[in-house]
Structure formats: structure tokens, C-alpha cells
Write a new protein. Structure first.
Lengths: 90, 291
């Protein structure tokens, strides 16, 4: 595992993503998601909305790094708001 | 009869998951780890945080390569898709000539990427190449290794030569799947050739054309071997596309950290575009199923 150059922050990041995916999988088994059409005009399930949230969050973080010199937790707050928006309206 | 839910079938997916984990997920995790660190070799790493991302996102190098890449993909799609459709429409519909045509169309697709690059490298040379020498004899100044415009033209023609037949074959398959009654109805209505194409063939080919656009976009967006063999990314940086730049950074300069950050951003762009295409294709499929 040494060759993978693990660090605590990246391990926490991947653990969070893994937990999120497992959690969403279990949630789907308990409460199956039904497709719906939101503001994007496309049919989405809960998993799609998670994917859009994660992908959007990656770009929000990159934009924050590229455009601002502010601390990164600002981008995380925006990502949280973005995820709420996606899960509620997309 | 009532259906029972049996989730045990998911176990059959496990071998694929293991394969994907070793071929994609673990290497991807390693790249993420590298992107936050610096290394001088010997498997020793130093945490640098977001430094590589900051450096790359604020440098012209990444944006220039991305701009060139998008321009290249746009140009080849603009040429290959209409040309592929045109070729498919002109191909014989049945008989031995149709089979010969299909074999001939498949030939460029069978040639390995580095061989394609080498063929065009020799073909375009002004001293010994058929194309280069002919253009020189006609008094046309052409040198893909020194002139950026010539290099671009050569790379684009090479890609068109290599991949248009894929679009043509897909479009041909789409055309062949159109039931005859559509054409008979058009004939009764005395529809013109253009109207047959516009209102029957094109809508019926929509699915395969989306696949063709997706395949060609993704492939052109990740192009490496052919331009690398042909121009090496030059002259200057004129044909340095994203993957060529990435390889220069990772292997040429051994900047593992910046190269990892670069490849992750590259991956995110590809993921975004793939998702958009995938969503469009699924929506088209659903619309067609409803009709």
C-alpha cells in the first residue's frame, strides 16, 4: 500500500465517498427511489442526483481554487448548498 | 404470478467489480493521492495540499491545451459526421459490392494507431512522401513539421481518414434498419430525396448517430498516439493536445504531482461530457420507445 502514497486527508475523502455510496445503496434497498423529472428536464433517480452533486462539487472546488484565494471550506459550503438544490429540485 | 425480489444476482457482478477495482479504482485513488503531494522519486512523498491544482488552473499551459483539444474535437466532428453519413448513403445496399464496400470501409479501423501516425508521417514528408512531394512539385508550400497550420491540417486529415469509416458503418447500420414501408410511403407521397433523408432517414439514424458522436468525441478528446508520432506535439506546442501535454509532464519532466492533478481535471471533463451524452442518449431511447 506504500506505493499508493496514502495520506490522512485523502483516506478520509475516499472513506466519505465509500460510506456515501454504501449508505445510498442501503437506502435504496430500504426505500426504493422512483424516477422524477426536475428542473433539468431529465429523469433522475436518487443515485443520479448523488452523481450530479458529486460531479458538480468537483467543479465547484476547482473553480474556487482557480479563481479565489479564500479557504477551501467556502467551496465545501457551496457544495453542500448545491447538493441540497440538486436533491430537492433536479 | 407474484414476482419475488432476489438480490443475490448482484453477486454475479462481483468479478467485474474486482476487475474494475484493480484496473480503474485503485489506480485512480493513487492518482488522487499523488495530486496532493510532491515526489523526487524513491517513493518518498511530501504533502503540498492544493498547490498543483492552483498552479495548473492559473497557468496558460492547461487552458491552451484544453482549447486546442476542444477545437480539434469540434473540427473532426464537423467533418466526420456529415462525411460519414454521406458515405453511408452512397454505399451499395446489397450484393457483393455492399460486402466489398464494408470490408474496405473497415480497413482503416484495423490499423494500429502508431502505424497510422507513421503512415502519415512518411506520406506527408516533402522529400520522400507522396503527399508532401506532390504538393511541393505543384508549388504549394507544405511542411507539417515546421508550419503549425500544415501540422493541424495533416492531423485532421489523418483522423478523418482513420475514423470516418466508423461513422459511415454506424450510419449504414442505422440506414439498413429502416423498414421498407417508410420508403414506400414516401414514394406514394412523391417525397423528394432530401425530404426522405430529412424526415425518414435522419430521425431513424438519430440513435446510432448519437453513439457515433459520443465515440468520436471521446476518442478525439483523448487522442495521443497519432499526433504524437506525426508531429510530437509540434511545431512548438501547436498540436500539443491534453494527453500529449500530460505525458510530457508525467514522463518527460517526471512531475508526478502536477501530472496527477492534470489527469484528474482531464478525467472530470471527460466524465462530465460522457454523462451529458449518456443522458441525451437515454432520453432519446425513451422518446423512441414511447413513439
Amino acid at each position: 500500500m506504500e506505493w499508493m502514497a496514502w495520506t490522512l486527508p485523502t483516506a478520509i475523502f475516499f472513506l466519505s465517498i465509500g460510506t456515501l455510496l454504501i449508505g445510498m445503496g442501503l437506502l435504496h434497498l430500504k426505500y426504493p427511489s422512483t424516477p422524477r423529472v426536475g428542473v433539468l428536464g431529465i429523469e433522475t433517480m436518487r443515485g443520479d442526483r448523488l452523481f450530479i452533486s458529486l460531479l458538480g462539487s468537483a467543479f465547484i472546488n476547482l473553480a474556487w481554487i482557480g479563481l479565489l484565494d479564500a479557504p477551501q471550506y467556502g467551496a465545501l459550503i457551496i457544495c453542500g448548498l448545491f447538493a441540497i438544490f440538486v436533491f430537492r429540485w433536479v | 404470478m407474484e414476482k419475488t425480489v432476489n438480490q443475490r444476482a448482484w453477486l454475479l457482478v462481483l468479478p467485474v467489480l474486482v476487475l474494475v477495482a484493480f484496473s480503474s479504482i485503485i489506480p485512480m485513488m493513487t492518482v488522487v493521492n499523488y495530486s496532493f503531494q510532491d515526489s523526487f522519486g524513491e517513493n518518498i512523498f511530501f504533502w503540498v495540499g492544493l498547490e498543483w491544482y492552483q498552479e495548473l488552473l492559473r497557468s496558460e499551459r492547461l487552458w491552451d491545451a484544453l482549447g486546442r483539444q476542444l477545437l480539434f474535437s469540434f473540427i473532426i466532428l464537423m467533418i466526420e459526421i456529415p462525411l460519414g453519413i454521406l458515405v453511408a448513403l452512397s454505399m451499395p445496399k446489397k450484393g457483393i459490392s455492399a460486402s466489398i464496400c464494408l470490408v474496405l470501409m473497415s480497413l482503416p479501423l484495423l490499423i494500429p494507431y502508431n502505424v497510422v501516425g507513421t503512415i502519415w508521417q512518411v506520406f506527408g514528408r516533402a522529400d520522400i512522401g507522396l503527399l508532401g512531394r506532390t504538393l511541393s512539385d505543384l508549388g504549394i508550400s507544405y511542411n507539417y513539421s515546421q508550419n503549425a497550420f500544415d501540422a493541424w491540417v495533416t492531423v485532421i486529415i489523418m483522423d478523418v481518414w482513420h475514423w470516418t469509416s466508423l461513422v459511415a458503418l454506424l450510419a449504414y447500420a442505422g440506414l439498413r434498419s429502416i423498414p421498407k414501408p417508410y420508403y414506400q410511403a414516401a414514394m406514394i407521397d412523391q417525397a423528394s430525396r432530401w425530404n426522405v433523408f430529412r424526415y425518414i432517414e435522419l430521425p431513424k439514424m438519430r440513435g446510432v448517430l448519437m453513439i457515433a458522436i459520443l465515440l468520436r468525441f471521446m476518442d478525439s478528446f483523448m487522442i495521443y498516439t497519432e499526433p504524437f508520432v506525426l508531429t510530437g506535439g509540434g511545431p512548438g506546442n501547436a498540436t500539443t493536445f491534453l494527453s500529449i501535454d500530460l505525458v510530457k509532464m508525467a514522463l518527460g519532466q517526471f512531475d508526478l504531482g502536477p501530472a496527477a492533478a492534470f489527469s484528474l481535471m482531464y478525467f472530470l471533463v471527460i466524465l462530465l461530457i460522457s454523462y451529458v451524452f449518456y443522458t441525451v442518449m437515454i432520453t432519446i431511447d425513451k422518446d423512441e420507445a414511447k413513439q
